[in-house]
Design a protein around this ligand. Structure first.
Ligand code: SF4
Ligand code: SF4
Length: 214
């Protein structure tokens, strides 16, 4: 069920630090979802990697198909005619203890954090939940941090065609994650003093550094 009252996400800086740390470690996020299961009912294809054996053992093979463009063994799980994940039973994940890493790392707060909109009839439930989250922005530093995250998201949205094809975010979630990874560039650089090509190169470099540095 998606309700309408506001939900506090706490301080923006704390959330950003924890999210970046989880992204670096490929770790689980700690979203206070409560009764919400909107992302399990929003027509998402769930990516499962070949090494997620515990998860794969709990999903019927017929629900999985090869993930386009990824190495052999990577699979996707689709959704039913209502847009629901087939593992959602009676409103709850039937394989919760064994759910895919994609589900463990999903955090819908990345959308209000980055200002990225998700659209489409199949994303109405998530949008309702997204609109409930409210970040605390207490200090100038925190306000500037979110401004930089939003600038990164806006730049990546507007200049996506300048990115090499393999770096172009495939969906709003990937776009938001990329903005969170490279936002510091927009905090530290006077972006008006560099041209778009230089900034794209810097973004790619910052993304690679984020992924390789512990
Ligand atoms: S939409 Fe957000 S709050 Fe709802 S279940 Fe998914 S991650 Fe949790
Ligand atoms: S596997 Fe579970 S957590 Fe993941 S989308 Fe399906 S029902 Fe939701």
């Amino acid at each position: 069920m998606v309700e309408s009252q506001e939900l506090s996400t706490g301080n923006f800086s704390d959330w950003l630090r924890d999210t970046r740390s989880a992204l670096k470690k490929d770790a689980e996020t700690d979203v206070p979802c409560g009764e919400c299961n909107a992302c399990c009912r929003s027509s998402y294809f769930i990516h499962i990697k070949p090494n997620e054996l515990e998860t794969l053992n709990h999903i019927p093979e017929e629900l999985l198909f090869p993930a386009p463009g990824l190495p052999e063994g990577n699979v996707l799980m689709g959704y039913d005619e209502k847009g629901h994940c087939p593992m959602l039973r009676e409103g709850a994940c039937s394989i919760y203890e064994h759910r895919p890493a994609t589900c463990r790392s999903y955090d819908c707060r990345i959308f209000p954090a980055t200002g990225i909109q998700i659209s489409g009839k199949d994303k109405v439930l998530i949008n309702q939940q997204v609109q409930r989250w409210k970040f605390n922005l207490n200090e100038a530093g925190e306000i500037n941090e979110q401004k930089a995250v939003k600038q990164a998201a806006s730049f990546l949205t507007q200049k996506r065609k300048l990115l090499p094809p393999e770096e172009i975010p495939g969906n709003p979630t990937q776009l938001a994650i990329m903005a969170i990874k490279v936002y510091k560039l927009f905090n530290e650089t006077k972006t008006e003093t560099v041209n778009d090509t230089e900034l794209v190169e810097a973004v790619i470099e910052a993304g690679k550094n984020f992924d390789t540095r512990s």
